[in-house]
Ligand binder design. Sequence first.
Ligand SMILES: NC(=O)c1ccc[n+]([C@@H]2O[C@H](COP(=O)([O-])OP(=O)(O)OC[C@H]3O[C@@H](n4cnc5c(N)ncnc54)[C@H](O)[C@@H]3O)[C@@H](O)[C@H]2O)c1
Length: 344
Amino acid sequence: MKKLFVTGGAGFIGSAFIRLVLEKMPSTSITNFDALTYAGNRDNLEDIDSAQHRFIHGDICDRAAVMSALEKNTDAIVHFAAESHVDRSIASADAFLRTNVLGTQVLLDAARARHVKRFVQISTDEVMGSLPDDDAEYFTESSPFAPNSPYAASKAAAEHLVRAAHQTFGLDTLITRCGNNYGPRQFPEKLIPLLLANALRNESIPVYGDGLNVRDWIHVDDHCRAILTVLEKGRAGNVYLIGARNPRRNLDVVLDVLHQLGKPSSLIRHVKDRSGHDRRYAIDPTKIERELGWQPAETWQSGLAKTILWYQKNSQWIERTRSGAYREYYSDQYGTELAPKAAA
Ligand SMILES: NC(=O)c1ccc[n+]([C@@H]2O[C@H](COP(=O)([O-])OP(=O)(O)OC[C@H]3O[C@@H](n4cnc5c(N)ncnc54)[C@H](O)[C@@H]3O)[C@@H](O)[C@H]2O)c1
């Protein structure tokens, strides 16, 4: 792979993927195409000082901008750009349909027009809905689609478009579906960074409903290594589930982090449950393990310890992401204000 076009590379996972590629394949050049929405952050690229990385500020729904940024001889498009937060999709689905559905089709069209060799769609386990609340069942590549939130529905629609581009036009496509990521540089609306940012400031931690919803957690670097493996070795037209065999209840995640930080469980504040809240996600990653030889490198303990350390060391990053519109979003969502500035 000599030339990659990465969308959403100023976000949480996209920026980790770019860092990984530049480390493992230093002769690969990357065009990072990102609209810098509230979730995109140039700070996430601060330490990427490479002649191999070209940032372009652009919207994937803007066909002309995509076509002009996408160079001939691009080996692959790795498509991360998305509206990615379920709660925001419940408040309003418009941006989700626009970016996640229409934007994906623009990229598929551009890939064909520029003869891009591979197209990797970064999708989510949420397209498969919710599993029964026992430990017996796992998602596999043949689980049916059953999206329950507007976010999940928009990601499912995008997957259908990717599949159609493969079936109808023979585009070499791959789809990855991963569980919940955690790690450095995740926007603090998501559970683990919200929990860390609040706990480090002794602020209360909102937990939806009874907190017993199960998510399958993976360190972002393991997810990115899996994407790179799929990009290099995946079979065209295939879907690969990515998971670290690490399903955990939200409340246990919160208690675990509080314990690691030496903070009291009295910081937990149960809030009204999210509408349509999926109860349980759990991934069977046998296909990617057996077929492509991928395995996660981090355990929950090692990944969490690294993540906690990063947020402890990067309080400036947290302060900047928690400023402005995020404060309004937070008070609308949880009915409480964030503290004006770091108390500790
Ligand atoms: N975070 C997770 O746990 C998780 C799990 C599975 C799959 N995914 C998928 O991985 C991808 C990346 O997720 P993330 O957590 O890094 O998201 P994120 O919200 O942190 O970042 C999304 C990025 O996309 C950019 N973007 C949004 N709309 C755009 C547009 N119209 N044009 C160009 N850029 C645009 C944003 O500026 C931002 O940089 C998403 O497709 C998401 O569905 C995420």
